[in-house]
Write a protein that binds this ligand. Sequence first.
Ligand SMILES: Cc1ncc(C[n+]2csc(CCOP(=O)(O)OP(=O)(O)O)c2C)c(N)n1
Length: 825
Amino acid sequence: MKFSSVALGLLAATAHGFTTSPHFGLKHSSFMPQPSASSASSPLQSLQSARSTTTSLNAATLKKGSDEKTEEAFVPMRPPIDLDWDDIGKQLKDSFGYSDKDVEAYSKLSKEELLETYESMQLARLFENACNQQYMGGKIRGFMHLDNGQESIPALVSDSIRKTDKKYSYYREHTHALASGVSPGAVMAELMMKEGGTCKGAGGSMHIFDPETYFQGGWALVSEQLPYAAGAAKSILQDRVLGLSDGDDFKKRDVAPPKDDDRISVVFIGEGGSQNGRMAEVLNSAAKDNLPLLILVIDNGRAINTFTPDIATNSDVYKQGAHYGVPGILVNGENAEDVVKAGRATVDYVRKNGPAILQVHTYRFNGHSPADPEHERGRKDEKKWARASQDPIKIFEQKFTSEGVVTDEELAAIKKKVQKQVKEAVEFADASPMPPVELAKELEFPDAPDTDYNLKIPPAFAAEVNERTISKEKMDTIQEHIANLRAKSDAGEITIGDAINLAIHEEMLRDPTTTMHAEDLQAGSSYDIPKLTQQTYGQTRAADEIIDEGHFIGKALGEGMNGYRPIVELMNTNFGIYGMAELSSAGNTFATTGGKFDMPMTIIGAGGTAPNQSLGAEHSQPFHAYVMGIPGLKIGTAASPAAAYGITKSMIRDNGPTFLFAPVKMMKEAKGSVDLDKCLPLNKAALLNEASDEAVNGGKAVTVLTYLHGVKEAEISLEAIQEEGLDIDLIELRSLKPLDKETIRKSLARTHKLAILDESTYSGGVGATISAIISEEMFDELDAPVKRLCMDDAPVPYASSMEKAVVKRSSDLIDAVAELVMKQH
Ligand SMILES: Cc1ncc(C[n+]2csc(CCOP(=O)(O)OP(=O)(O)O)c2C)c(N)n1
């Protein structure tokens, strides 16, 4: 067992405190019971028990003797782990199956490689010191999460991670971006809100993105990046299956990846974030699909002010994969040389075999962010201590100069070179202009609201890819299925579910980069929407998913950033509640990345709340209203097969995230025909009934806005309304966002009265938003206040007698139209 000088220093200091594994250099206390061979069956278990023992410790007083003066000695809450290379080698053999010879091959870094490690660490440190200065000078604002003390991780990244590997980091990502080759000037400019920034100043400190280096975030919701990285890993498999690769414009071209393609996806995550359930899902998915995914856990033991062991039963994140068969190892982040060497071994394992976890034990010298108050239990002294004794840069300098491997002059020259680089980055950022005010609106959608999707050109390689990836037998089967559905349409007999399924198949054949995700997918889910997709296009393109919508919307997001066009089918749109974080980030991506990443994701599902639905409260929520506030999302509805077909096709072709809601109770019952091969606009409402001139001229007409089941309810009420000598302009809101204000205004200019039959709640509902817009922008057209017929602010009851009081229907509409017409103006 070797002890580093740092560890030796600590040996005395910790003598009072905790039980640790001698194997890993944690020190045994003479006051604590020693772990027996049976109570700590492996070195790593010993380490774990040591950690839990130390959680209650802070600082201890070491007494040299009862009559001696008391001497204060610092005992950190998190003891250093001081694993040496032998310990790491053992883990590499036990966890990854490496041989002694393999481990030996990883055991040395050349002098040149050591100097590169040093340079990478210095770039991270000096760049972030400059960030601190700019923050203090007021040029960087908001949150800024610095990485000081954790520089061995960027050193690993610049050593083993290639430009073409996909990288998914979190809000503490500046150094990961630099190590991935993102320009320091562009990162600094992004932090300083400048147009020359990686995202033109739209992203900021927590959202660094760079297409060229495949640096794909920069995500600020703790752990959200996990499924995205899995989706990116999946896109690598898709490239291989389809024989596609990225062109210079990062769009797919018909060139197969090289035979030895060994790209991986890397996800960075804190030990706090690793306790999130997304970790379990990602491990499951990574193991199931054998994804080339490296989970790089940066374990600084702190989650903002929380000492992570206070909330986590087990901080050994590298063992979390055991349940799924994903191996992991632990390394000491203060020893940059070992981090780089172990990083190489782990990355090589992932390239050749599949997913793995690498947990790096570090100390972070700064608080969470300068904007945060620091209330970290036991941290003040620990930071001081860590800066003095656990700094990977100082440890590196001390070790390799004292061993004569490198000279002070060589290190000084590197530091000087990096200082110049950082100075230039600040100068570049200073010189860059602020982004223009108009950019915010330009970044709302990648495709303008009035896009004609019929004009979109399919990829030239579609026929070739279909030919080589779909067998003749399967192609015959799907063509027959398509022909049957088209015949049903011709006969006016196609359902909404089948119309969407038809559109999906036509689009998946038209563009082989289109993928599908759903639960119960093989069986066609609940309404046949994904029917025959897996059977035709295979498991990689059409994935049956675990039951967490957040997980597979997240994976779709990762595919969407990597040249694919994922479709997600939700068995019921309400289940999308589990994917709120992922939906919101999908909506943000185009704008937050300064327009550098499209997000061609389509979510489709049956939802809404029909009268007499009898599904209970949780299946009857207005999820369409919940997502209305997500920027960047185009939201459509379709209450007929024709609308469902044409909108689905357009949404799949759109380069931004889109969400189609279909009426759950009408999926099989509404039948009709579709306009074959035609895309519908995503910004248009449909006038389903035009009030007669007679009714309009007599002041007996009302505009009715509705969608989903409301369309059927309104159609049912039409006869009764007309029998009374009244009439309605019945407008189906096929686009909830963007809203077709033109069609509404045109109708109000005739009727001057408006009822909204709304399948969402009184507060925060679709009707509430539309009513506000009309009051603000079309007030002059109104002769009476807008009449909202919406759901009460109450959970939808099961019993139909009670449900009647909450969910509005045709009878309510008939009354409302009569009431509006009676209103004097
Ligand atoms: C979903 C979500 N919840 C809470 C937060 C606030 N938050 C930001 S960082 C953080 C702690 C994360 O700790 P850890 O994963 O260990 O990473 P570290 O910051 O230490 O690098 C929290 C709670 C957030 N950004 N996202």
